[in-house]
Design a protein around this ligand. Structure first.
Ligand code: SF4
Length: 666
């Protein structure tokens, strides 16, 4: 008999949707939206619906595997755990615990996915990853400017006179914000999209502004110049709640509007028009992640933050420099779960340069890697280097639901349960501020196990099992303990299916910023030279003309529509292929047409695919969606660089020039 249960989307996504999941004969048979969810209101995307296939697919990993003589063989859990624990003990004893690398990402937004950190901290502290491939430069930029990265609550959009969607295709990645935009537009709010690609969100906009990829910060500087020239700045905010404005002013005075227009490829008239819009408060700026995946990424977000501040759009209803909403994740008792104080040794690599870290580490060398919630072979820049690094490890353990490109390289692959096979609570620090409950609905197939079970078993073998002697329920209560005084308990979330977290719906309304000065910092005291800069991408005709001569096109690697990073592609029918989307200017210059086989290359690598000509994209723009695995021709990260952003904590995935040519035969 079919029964329908509430649940939640575990995917790393802005929307954190509420689900209704149908279960029949112990099997998930349908995933739909829960109309009762206060934000997502019954609408979900194809990636969420496809979790039914991800749960039931015959390709699921069912048993622990060990690579013996170059091929995987099924082994028992006891053998797998005994051998992995033995290696962990050996490496710690002989070289120190930091000879082990924990490579992780954010494939699961469940609260209990943080238990991997608890395990590694109790083990003694391993080599960890810092920063983020996805949004690290922007987070650090907002830490410098505001003291944290907070967004306005979804419903506050109704207070905006203008909404500027800057470098973000919310129709693809944040569907409930898109619906919100449709609603506020009907009530008279004007919508502007600034993006190199005329995307589905741009179609909704009142005005679309095409920009050269990577030059968004410079455009923000141009808008600020015009605000000041027209005397439209918010003097009261600047005088009372900011520090360092004189440095920003000197920076803006150092360039002309003509230069900014030439470099951004946005006309001076449009820049002036945008200044007038920004002065017509309240203006909500909704920033994308792509524009900070450049070497100048931190400064790009800092210049957009500065624009929101100079124009007086901070801390007011309908305003905001909306990038991330970290106050959501900060609601939970993370430290109680992860016990960071228990580690006695520490070393870190940035997420972007984990491959270089592995290959160059000494004292101790990295001997063992454990991968959780991630697939670095597909997602981390410079795939060829990542492959070399992970192949060099004496022992690689991957915990996953599928045989990913990373798992293929492993010595041990441990099969993990999916979200519908365990109970957890789910949240996203990106958009809305509700936490969702996901009950256990079905049994894991074969011998797949919850991650928490794996950590507890390894902890038992390594002598700190008592620290994992908690049920899932007890761990969830531990993570929610910080919310108890606000009346948010596991019992309440179980009963009501979701709970509204106590966050500031209009951040910085009290003008108390979390910076060292307590003010908005145009010149950040968190950094040695905290002045904002007008830096450009490192791969451009302005910064590296010789490289741009050889590789004239700007490559973007945007999020795919139907797959959450690499998680869904293998379930597609028919099989996916590398789609090379090109601006019509590229098609004309290279004589390319739809479905032509092409080679895209630079000094780091090359990838083959089929052409799709974009109807409207900024001249010279090429896009290949990220996430496709090697078996389908990926990953596009063969082309991307592992350089770090200017503030050290973000990737430079989009700071990537390429060339393209037609292949007669693929
Ligand atoms: S992927 Fe995002 S939009 Fe799609 S169902 Fe999950 S949370 Fe909702």
């Amino acid at each position: 008999m079919a029964t329908v249960h509430h649940s939640a989307c575990p995917l790393n996504c802005w929307d954190s949707c509420g689900f209704l999941v149908t279960v029949e004969d112990g099997k998930v048979t349908k995933v739909e939206g829960n109309p009762e969810h206060p934000i997502t209101q019954g609408k979900i995307c194809g990636r969420g619906r496809m979790l039914e296939n991800r749960t039931n697919s015959e390709d699921r990993l069912l048993y622990p595997l060990k690579k013996i003589g170059g091929s995987f063989q099924r082994i028992s859990w006891k053998q797998a755990l005994d051998e992995i624990a033995e290696k962990l003990a050996f490496y710690k004893e002989s070289l120190g615990s930091t000879s082990v690398l924990h490579s992780h990402d954010y494939a699961n937004s469940g609260l209990l996915s943080n238990l991997d950190s608890r395990f590694f901290n109790l083990y003694g502290g391993v080599t960890e990853l810092t920063g983020s491939i996805c949004w690290g430069a922007g987070i650090e930029a907002q830490n410098w400017d505001f003291g944290d990265a907070y967004s306005h609550a979804p419903e506050d959009l109704a207070n905006s006179k203008h909404v500027v969607i800057w470098g973000r295709n919310v129709a693809r990645t944040n569907m409930h914000l898109f619906q919100n935009l449709q609603a506020v537009k009907k009530n008279g709010t004007k919508i502007y999209v600034i993006d190199p690609i005329y995307n589905a969100t741009a179609k909704l906009a009142n005005e679309y502004i095409s920009i050269k990829p990577g030059f968004d910060g410079l455009l923000a500087a141009g808008i600020m110049k015009e605000l000041l020239r027209l005397n439209l700045q918010d003097e009261e905010f600047l005088a009372n709640y900011t520090v360092g404005f004189q440095h920003l002013k000197a920076l803006l005075d150092s360039v002309t509007l003509e230069y900014i227009s030439e470099v951004t490829e946005v006309s001076a008239d449009v820049i002036t028009h945008l200044a007038e819009i920004y002065a017509d408060r309240p203006v909500s700026t909704i920033m994308g992640l792509g524009m900070q995946r450049y070497e100048n990424g931190g400064n790009t977000i800092r210049l957009l933050d500065a624009l929101a501040a100079v124009s007086g759009n901070i801390g007011i209803p309908g305003g905001g420099a909306n990038y991330a909403n970290k106050q959501v994740g900060q609601s939970f008792a993370y430290n109680e779960m992860a016990l960071p104080e228990r580690k006695t040794a520490a070393r870190s690599f940035t997420m972007m340069r984990q491959a270089e870290g592995i290959l160059s580490a000494i004292d101790p060398e990295i001997k063992m890697g454990i991968v959780t919630c991630g697939n670095p072979l597909t997602q981390v820049p410079d795939t060829n280097k990542v492959k070399e690094a992970f192949s060099s490890l004496e022992t690689l353990v991957v915990i996953d639901q599928y045989m990913t490109d990373t798992a293929v390289l492993a010595d041990y692959v441990l099969p993990a349960a999916t979200a519908f096979e365990v109970e957890d609570v789910y949240y996203s620090s990106m958009y809305h501020h509700y936490v969702n409950h996901g009950p256990k609905l079905v049994e894991p197939p074969g011998e797949a196990k919850p991650d928490a079970w794996i950590w507890a078993e390894l902890a038992n073998r390594l002598g700190f099992g008592e620290e994992f002697n908690f049920t899932r329920e007890e761990f969830m209560k531990m993570g929610l303990s910080s919310l108890a005084e606000k009346g948010i308990t596991l019992e309440k979330i179980r009963t009501e299916k979701f709970a509204e977290l106590p966050v500031d719906k209009i951040p910085w309304a009290d003008r108390n910023f979390k910076t060292p000065s307590g003010k908005y910092e145009f010149t950040a005291s968190a950094a040695p030279d905290g002045k904002v800069k007008l830096s450009l991408p490192s791969e451009s005709k302005w910064t590296n003309p010789a490289l741009a001569e050889k590789y004239p096109y700007s490559l973007l690697t945007i999020h795919p529509l139907r797959s959450n990073h690499s998680q869904h592609f293998h379930l597609f029918q028919p099989e996916p292929y590398v789609k090379v989307e090109i601006a019509s200017s590229v098609a004309a210059e290279k004589g390319l047409k739809e479905q032509d086989h092409v080679r895209v290359w630079n000094d780091r690598g090359e990838i083959h695919g089929k052409v799709a000509v974009l109807k409207a994209a900024h001249p010279g723009t090429v896009n290949i969606d990220e996430g496709l695995s090697a078996r389908f021709g990926g990953s596009v990260n063969q082309l991307t660089s592992s350089r770090e952003s200017d503030n050290g904590l973000g990737s430079t995935l989009y700071d990537c020039l390429v060339n393209i040519e037609k292949l007669e035969k693929d």
